[in-house]
Design a protein around this ligand. Structure first.
Ligand code: DAH
Length: 380
C-alpha cells in the first residue's frame, strides 16, 4: 500500500516537469528558450509603448524616463541582449530595434503635439461662470498715518528705529531727567510690572522717548531718527483716553543744531501732513528731557483758522510736544553736551489720525469693527 502511494507521487512529479523538458527539447535547450522569452518580453513592451497615451508634459516625461532614459527599460534590454547567443542575435536585435524606434517615435510625436497645443482642450469647470468676488481688505487707519509720518520724515533723511515695549526705569524715566519721586513722573500713569527693585523697576513704556535713550546709548552722533511704537498708561478707557496708544518720537542730534532747525523741521512736517497752507505755533511748556520745551499747534486745517468744533473755535489744534534735548539727557547717554546739541519731539498717532479723518471716539481704533475699517479702503 505504502509502495503504491510512493510510486504514484513520483509519477505525478514527472508530469509536472514534462512541459519544461519538452520546451527545452523543442528549442534545442537553453539558448533557444532565452530567445523565445526575450521575444515575448519585447512584444509585451512594444504593445505597452503603442498603447501609452501621455496627455501632459509630466506624463510624457515619465514615459521618457521609463523607456528612453539612461536608466530606462531600453538600456536594460540592450544589456540583456549582450547575453543572447550570437546565432539568436539577429532575430532578437531586429525586434529590439523595432521597440526602440517605436518608443522614440512615440516620444517625438507626442512632444511636438504637446508643445503645439497652447491651451488645454478640455477643462472640467464652467468657463462662462461669473468670477468669485474676493473682498479687498484695508489698512488700519493708525498704520496709514504712521506710514505717512515715516514717509514724510524719511524724505528729509530720518531713519526709523524700533524700541522695546517693556522698559526699565532708567530708559523710561531716569535717563530722561525725571528725578526719582519727581512729580513729573505722575504725568504718565505707569503700568509697573516689577517694583521689587525700586531703583530699576520694570514697566510697560509710557512713551517712545525711551527709544531716544537706547539710540543714543548705542552709537555716536549724529542721530536723525524717528521712533514709532505702542505705549501704555494706566488710564480709564473712554472716547478720549485709552490704556494703549501709539506715538512717534523724533530725535536730531549733531553739532550746531538750533531751535530754528526744530521749527523748520516741524513746519515742513505740518505742511506735508495737513496741507501747504498750514501754519504752526509753539507754546512754552515743560518736559523734563527738553529745555526749552514747547507744545506745537497747527492752524486748524478744517476751518482754516476761522473757528470750528474741532479747534474749539480757537483756530489752532495741538499735535505734539517738542524741545531742545536737555544737556543732562545727552550726558546720561554718554554724549558730550558741549559739542553736541539737538532737538526731540513726540506726537500721538491716534490724535493725528482723529484730526485727519475726523474720528470722534478713540475706542474705535481698538474694536476692529469692519464697518469702521472698511471706510479706509481708499486711503491705503
Ligand atoms: N514723551 C512725551 C509724552 O509722552 C512727548 C514728548 C514731548 C516727546 C516732548 C518729546 C519731546 O521728545 O521733546 O508726553
Amino acid at each position: 500500500m505504502f509502495l503504491f502511494f510512493a510510486g504514484a507521487k513520483i509519477k505525478q512529479r514527472a508530469n509536472v516537469f514534462k512541459p519544461i523538458l519538452n520546451l527545452k527539447k523543442m528549442c534545442n535547450f537553453a539558448p533557444c528558450c532565452e530567445n523565445v522569452i526575450m521575444q515575448e518580453k519585447l512584444n509585451g513592451i512594444l504593445q505597452e509603448i503603442i498603447t501609452a497615451q501621455p496627455t501632459n508634459k509630466e506624463q510624457l516625461e515619465n514615459f521618457r524616463l521609463k523607456y528612453l532614459s539612461r536608466k530606462g527599460l531600453l538600456t536594460d534590454l540592450f544589456e540583456e541582449f549582450k547575453t543572447i547567443p550570437n546565432e539568436q542575435k539577429r532575430e532578437v536585435g531586429k525586434k529590439l530595434n523595432e521597440v526602440k524606434t517605436a518608443a522614440e517615435n512615440k516620444f517625438n510625436e507626442l512632444k511636438e503635439k504637446l508643445e503645439n497645443s497652447t491651451a488645454q482642450t478640455t477643462v472640467d469647470f464652467d468657463l462662462t461662470a461669473p468670477g468669485e468676488h474676493s473682498e479687498l481688505g484695508s489698512r488700519h487707519p493708525l498704520s496709514i498715518v504712521r506710514n505717512e509720518i515715516i514717509s514724510i520724515f524719511s524724505r528729509i533723511g530720518y531713519t526709523v528705529q524700533d524700541g522695546q515695549e517693556i522698559e526699565d526705569d532708567w530708559h523710561n524715566f531716569s535717563a530722561l531727567n525725571f528725578p526719582e519721586e519727581h512729580p513729573a513722573r505722575d504725568m504718565q500713569d505707569t503700568f509697573f510690572i516689577d517694583v521689587s527693585n525700586k531703583k530699576n523697576s520694570i514697566a510697560l513704556r509710557t512713551h517712545t522717548s525711551s527709544v531716544q535713550v537706547r539710540l543714543m546709548e548705542s552709537g555716536k552722533p549724529p542721530f536723525r531718527s524717528i521712533m514709532p511704537g505702542r505705549v501704555f498708561r494706566n488710564e480709564a478707557i473712554s472716547a478720549r483716553a485709552h490704556c494703549i496708544f501709539h506715538q512717534v518720537e523724533g530725535l536730531y542730534i549733531d553739532e550746531n543744531v538750533s531751535f530754528a532747525d526744530l521749527k523748520q523741521t516741524l513746519l515742513y512736517f505740518a505742511q506735508e501732513m495737513f496741507g501747504e497752507k498750514t501754519q504752526i505755533r509753539l507754546r512754552p511748556s515743560y518736559f523734563p528731557f527738553t529745555e526749552p520745551s514747547a507744545e506745537m499747534d497747527v492752524s486748524c486745517f478744517i476751518c482754516e483758522g476761522k473757528g470750528c468744533n474741532i479747534c474749539k473755535h480757537s483756530g489752532w489744534v495741538e499735535i505734539l510736544g517738542c524741545g531742545m534735548v536737555d544737556p543732562n539727557v545727552l550726558e546720561n547717554c554718554g554724549i558730550d553736551s558741549k559739542k553736541y546739541t539737538g532737538f526731540a519731539f513726540g506726537m500721538g498717532i491716534e490724535r493725528i489720525t482723529m484730526l485727519k479723518y475726523r474720528i470722534n471716539d478713540l475706542r474705535l481704533f481698538f474694536e476692529n469693527d469692519v464697518r469702521f475699517l472698511n471706510q479706509f479702503k481708499s486711503a491705503m
